[in-house]
Design a protein around this ligand. Structure first.
Ligand code: ADP
Length: 300
């Protein structure tokens, strides 16, 4: 029996509709809709697509959005100045700087320059720290997306084995924190979680995969995971987005880290690329923007 394919696109529509209802009830109470500010540095084509998707999602749910486009060679001082003015502006509820950034802008410095209360990407050290400690925070959207996908499809996690492939600070690590976290305190999933990365020998990765009830992969390595590596019936969530260019046609195809055709034969559930985690991540950004707005209004 083939795996159930986790339909992130459909679920994202549902989540967007929930967000739209929340925004509508906010505005019908006489409050303004949340305002999300997106910042793009340079013109990386993938970033442009991501930002377009975020703007479209904002329009769909009734969140106001503004995009600041800065030149590739903008200085750190100039960017920090813009972020400071957005932090100080009470009409701005969420601020997101699209990554990656050019080399003169250190990502850690930039992420920490967004006020934690407006940090809708969940990348500020304060939010990551709170996330680690299982206390309420704005959490990274990809981790929230994985959690929501598992929850809405009723995938059991409590006490089970999870493997995360990839330990990037923005994707792999937050996902591992969510899987490992305490569900009684916050949204943790109570798994026994193993993190594999580029220095995990392939044989060791396979050993861990063969025991994994949940596999989440964000390594950026096409075909890293094949059906024969998996524990039958496991749940595979493929977070990776790898662009493969066809040499003859020049067309770019998106693939994840999983060899889908073999994995779908062994897994119990699997998320596709595209149409899996990607659309959900954007929906979670909307949810974070609404949450940030509500929390800011409680404080004033
Ligand atoms: P992302 O932002 O999607 O997480 P990065 O390129 O920043 O992507 O990070 C890729 C991560 O994948 C790194 O943590 C790296 O160690 C991990 N990785 C790379 N190759 C492998 C591999 N063969 N097996 C497991 N993890 C890997």
């Amino acid at each position: 029996r083939k795996a159930v394919v986790l339909d992130g696109k459909k679920l994202a529509k549902q989540l967007q509709a929930e967000c739209a209802r929340e925004v509508a009830s906010m505005t019908s109470d006489g409050k303004t809709a949340p305002h999300l500010v997106l910042v793009q540095v340079g013109q990386d084509p993938a970033s442009t697509i991501y930002l377009r998707n975020k703007t479209r999602a904002a329009n769909e749910v009734g969140v106001n959005s503004t995009t600041h486009r800065l030149a590739e060679n903008v200085t750190l001082t100039e960017l920090l100045h813009l972020l400071q003015s957005l932090n100080d502006d009470p009409a701005v509820n969420g601020v997101l700087v699209q990554l990656p950034l050019p080399p003169q802008l250190e990502e850690k410095v930039v992420c920490n320059a967004v006020h934690p209360s407006k940090d809708v990407d969940g990348f500020h050290a304060t939010n990551i720290g709170r996330f680690c400690m299982d206390v309420p925070c704005l959490a990274p959207c990809t981790a929230l997306a994985v959690g929501e996908l598992l929850r809405r499809y009723d995938i059991a996690t409590f006490g089970l084995n999870a493997v995360v492939c990839g330990r990037s600070k923005n994707v792999g690590l937050p996902i591992a924190l969510l899987l490992h976290g305490d569900g009684q305190r916050q949204h943790g999933l109570d798994c026994t979680t193993t993190i594999c990365h580029r220095y995990t020998p392939p044989a060791v990765l396979r050993q861990h995969l063969s025991n994994a009830d949940i596999v989440v992969t964000a390594a950026g390595v096409p075909n890293l995971i094949r059906g024969e590596h998996l524990k039958p019936g496991c749940c595979v969530v493929d977070v990776a987005v790898n662009r493969i260019k066809n040499k003859d046609t020049g067309r770019v195809k998106l693939v994840g880290d999983c060899h889908f055709e073999s994995c779908v034969e062994v897994a119990g559930h699997i998320s596709p690329v595209p149409g899996g985690v990607g659309p959900l991540t954007v929906a979670m950004l909307m949810r974070n923007t609404i949450l940030a707005t509500k929390q800011q209004r409680q404080l004033t």
